[in-house]
Write a new protein. Structure first.
Length: 261
């Protein structure tokens, strides 16, 4: 079961990469996909990740793990953005151009990709970001499966968040001229790492002391919160406008319903 769930969540990376190298989508549609993923992740971090971490380790351990996860993701996200922007003129403090590592221009129809995309830096940075937040999320999914506590909401949230990351990242690599097989291999390697994380969570970690498991669960929740605030929601609103509020709500409701299953 853990292998099956791991393959399902990671298949979104392969599917997203395939779409990214084959098609150009309207930018507003990409924003809707991002906001839907954000809504699903809100449910997952609230009812699957942090709540479970709190029940296992108490509020102090859960809070510490959450803040550590948020700090680690924020710092590495800033480094990845800087990497993707290497060689460009610095962006003025009062001007927001979205996340360099989530360059939706590369995947949008009728839009010119940014210099970061044409160098492929944005796609490689996004690949690293998907691995960074994906590993703790998939460990948490494996723990839920190993202990028979469900995990459908987390499964759905991980799937819908992996899809746009891989789609935009693959499109960025395509803009650089990287071959389709090379792009698919890179995202396939990332998906294999995430499958292994689910298996480890369902195996060795599921039988560990509850306080030991509390930390990776809370860390994953912190990484998800940071990803929402730092990348997904700002990027979705920038390119989708107020309409993304409805798709965010839809993602939340769907994920919540699955959490009750």
């Amino acid at each position: 079961m853990s292998l099956l769930f791991g393959v399902v969540t990671s298949s979104a990376l392969i599917l997203g990469a395939f779409i990214g190298v084959r098609f150009e989508l309207p930018k507003r549609l990409l924003a809707i996909i991002l906001s839907f993923a954000a809504g699903a992740l809100i449910t997952a971090l609230s009812f699957e990740l942090f709540e479970d971490a709190f029940q296992r380790g108490g509020i102090w351990l859960a809070a510490i793990g959450l803040f550590v996860g948020a700090v680690v993701f924020t710092v590495l996200s800033a480094l990845l953005d800087r990497w993707a922007q290497a060689g460009q003129n610095p962006v003025p403090a009062d001007e927001h151009r979205g996340s360099a590592k989530l360059d939706t221009d590369a995947a949008a129809a009728g839009r010119a990709p940014s210099p970061a995309s044409t160098r492929g830096a944005a796609g490689l940075a996004l690949l690293a970001a998907a691995t960074l937040d994906g590993v703790p999320e998939n460990l948490a999914l494996g723990v839920s499966l190993g202990e028979g506590t469900g995990g459908l909401a987390l499964l759905a949230a991980i799937f819908v968040s992996n899809l746009p990351e891989a789609l935009v990242g693959a499109a960025s690599m395509r803009s650089q001229g990287m071959s389709t097989p090379a792009i698919v291999r890179l995202w396939g390697l990332c998906s294999a790492v995430l499958v292994i994380a689910v298996i480890i969570g369902a195996g060795p970690l599921s039988g560990s002391d509850p306080k030991t498991i509390s930390l990776p669960l809370a860390f994953a929740a912190g990484a998800v919160i940071a990803a929402l605030a730092d990348t997904l929601m700002p990027e979705a609103f920038e390119h989708g406008g107020p309409a993304v509020a409805l798709s965010t709500a839809a993602g939340f409701v769907l994920s919540f319903v699955l959490s009750l299953a």
